[in-house]
Ligand binder design. Sequence first.
Ligand SMILES: Cc1ncc(COP(=O)(O)O)c(C=O)c1O
Length: 389
Amino acid sequence: MNAPPPSFLHAARSGDPIAAIDTPALVVDLDAMERNLASMAAFATRHGLRLRPHAKTHKCAAIAQRQIALGAVGVCVQKVSEAAALADAGVSDLYVSNEVIDPVKLARVAELVRRGRRISIAVDSAMGVDRLAAALQAARGGASATLVDVFVEIDVGQGRCGVRPGAAGDLARHVGSLGDASGMRFAGLQAYHGHAQHLRSAREREGAIGDAAAAVRSALAALDEVDVPCPLVTGAGTGSFAIEAASGVWGELQCGSYVFMDRDYADNAPQPGAPRFEHALFVKTQVVSRGDDHAVVDAGHKSHAIDSGLPVVWGRDDLGFANGGDEHGIVRRAHDGVELPELGATLWLVPGHCDPTVNLHDVMIGVRGGLASGVVETLLRVDARGCVR
Ligand SMILES: Cc1ncc(COP(=O)(O)O)c(C=O)c1O
């Protein structure tokens, strides 16, 4: 796997026993992660769907390459700087599943294309399309063999980016009207419903994705009206992909979080027909102080994101976790009679939300052989850490 960045503070080296990992540290259970990767790859194959996992979850070229080796067509990113970081680290097929409007950023997109990366991008405005075309022209000064695939994003119910489904035809036609000389081509529809992902019951998610599928069908009708064929509909996340797959409308899945499976996703009721994923991302922490009714661990919200709620203590349903600030967590008995962990004891936290937790760390420590007695196999660099532009 890839080399870690220079640092005097690595929590571990490969070959170390798991007990030697300094705390707090972000640890990946490689066995669990690989089972997750294989389950999703098998699901996509079984359903005849393309898989383009979202790399905003792990921001790590080594994991992206593993996903591609297992059959993914490439990965999604959300930011141009993420695309650049992963491209620099060797990932060659990147879809920016997000709107980019700033000419400076679009010039960076064009530069990635010029360097031979296969780039696709989402748009939801004629201005975005025109600026992309201008950036591609400026970088190349003419048509090239590799066209940028442009996906028109439609709002399928999230109320974030995307045109109205009925407006998809006009925007797609606008892309096509610029011709291949523009350096891009209309590649299909982006239809992702973020709000559906954490609806807790399968029935609620089915309702939301059913509405999203209806929105996609009206966008397809709008494309039909202007005689623009739609090569692909791309979207779906870890909470809903089995519903998109069953709809017959989507051709590509963009799930990201399945690789690590955070606490927030584990709180969803299972989705019939979807594989079950395992927790694979943990914060190793230790008890640094003890009171009569609580233990204090050395992992606070500089070690794990709390936007989607607090972590849970892995394998200890009898312990509750409370926020103790930047650098501390407070562990209490969930009920009377529970033995609190002793000073120096190790606990493993399952983060509430994996993506922003990963973004807090330079390196993820990959262990093999389980959390009880495994060994550090590799350090996984978070190549796109901090890439928010
Ligand atoms: C456009 C898009 N596609 C796919 C995903 C992946 O979703 P998840 O991590 O929930 O699987 C996201 C996540 O925010 C997203 O924004």
